[in-house]
Design a protein around this ligand. Structure first.
Ligand code: SAH
Ligand code: MG
Length: 198
């Protein structure tokens, strides 16, 4: 990667920090970029673009890789459009401004990266698994959700947060007990799950 791209990525990270945009943590992004290289991933579907940081990182890691990424928040979508132009990646990153649960896709993907509303993980999974190639992977971020998933429920005072954490736990069980897919859980970043067909 050229030096300039590194400093531009650093700027994206700073922007995210200043504006409370929950982009993937360093450890997670390192894992993801290594993963797409190792498995020669070429067609990614990303649920949750935010400002384009993870999509850009994957595209920079592998020059053959294309990303279709969905974002429902207009301000973030527009910021992502701007960033993808800055990196000159318009030909490899396609952004869709919509709720992922409303989007219709026909293509097949060898990686589906789920990183949007955490309470919807199972809905995203069930909607988009049909678009996964036979030997493809589904990666889900934030399986630990800032450590709350491993905490005792009684320690979580906020009711909404407790509901969300419960949903992530349910999703984890759904993955663990799935008869079609197997999942490996990685204790890095905010917790990353890698799912593939059995
Ligand atoms: N993948 C990004 C971070 C995504 S943050 C990165 O690591 O760089 C999660 C994003 O998902 C937020 O911007 C939020 O607006 C978006 N999101 C949440 N639910 C969504 C949905 N149902 N459809 C589309 N986008 C959604
Ligand atoms: Mg995330």
């Amino acid at each position: 990667m050229v030096d300039n791209a590194y400093s531009m990525l650093r700027e994206l990270k700073e922007y995210a920090k200043e504006n409370d945009v929950p982009i993937m943590q360093d450890e997670g992004i390192d894992f993801l970029t290594t993963f797409v290289i190792k498995h020669q991933i070429t067609n990614v579907l990303e649920i949750g673009t935010a400002i384009g940081f993870s999509a850009i990182s994957m595209a920079l890691a592998n020059p053959k890789l294309k990303v279709t990424s969905i974002e429902r928040d207009e301000a973030r979508y527009l910021e992502a459009v701007k960033n993808i132009k800055k990196f000159d990646l318009e030909d490899r990153i396609t952004l869709l401004f919509n709720d992922a649960l409303e989007v219709k896709l026909e293509d097949e993907y060898d990686l589906i990266f789920i990183d949007a509303a955490k309470g919807q993980n199972k809905n995203f999974f069930e909607k988009f698994e049909k678009r996964l190639s036979e030997d493809g992977f589904i990666i889900t971020d934030n399986m630990k959700f800032h450590g709350y998933v491993d905490k005792d429920e009684s320690e979580i005072k906020n009711r909404n947060l407790r509901g969300l954490v419960r949903k992530i736990k349910d999703y984890k069980v759904f993955l663990e007990e799935n008869e079609t897919y197997k999942t490996k859980f990685y204790d890095l970043g905010d917790g990353v799950a890698v799912t593939s067909k059995r």
